[in-house]
Design a protein around this ligand. Structure first.
Ligand SMILES: [Zn+2]
Length: 121
């Protein structure tokens, strides 16, 4: 259930950005989530819909981009993008000496704010 604090921070980043852009509504939030995190898109969206009520970010669209992890083979140096469930051996040489890195990202890549501020006119 760690999507809740994560979603709270995403919301606060989005609302801050909206206020800095003249108080327009947040239209969309583009998020990057590593494949190795256990964060579930639907859970983030679920919490976001609840938390964003009566804020500048209410009704914003969440876009998720999944970032793959990279497995590097210690024997042949081949690098392979991986995601769970992880491959146990190198697809190049069959070695099991793999080091997995990355895929743990979670951040707000960009926020789209309606800077026209023409609502209600
Ligand atoms: Zn290999």
């Amino acid at each position: 259930m760690h999507e809740l604090p994560v979603t709270q921070s995403v919301l606060s980043i989005a609302v801050d950005a909206a206020q800095q852009n003249g108080g327009g509504r947040v239209l969309a939030i583009n998020l990057v989530i590593g494949e190795m995190t256990s964060i579930i898109d639907d859970s983030v969206q679920f919490y976001f819909d609840i938390l964003s009520k009566d804020t500048l970010a209410e009704g914003a669209t969440l876009n998720f981009r999944r970032e793959a992890a990279t497995a590097t083979c210690l024997d042949c140096q081949q690098q392979t993008p991986v995601k769970p469930p992880l491959v146990p051996v190198c697809p190049g040489c069959g070695s099991s000496r793999l080091v997995v890195a990355g895929g743990k990202e979670f951040y707000v890549e960009s926020i789209e704010v309606d800077d026209e501020n023409h609502s209600g006119s």
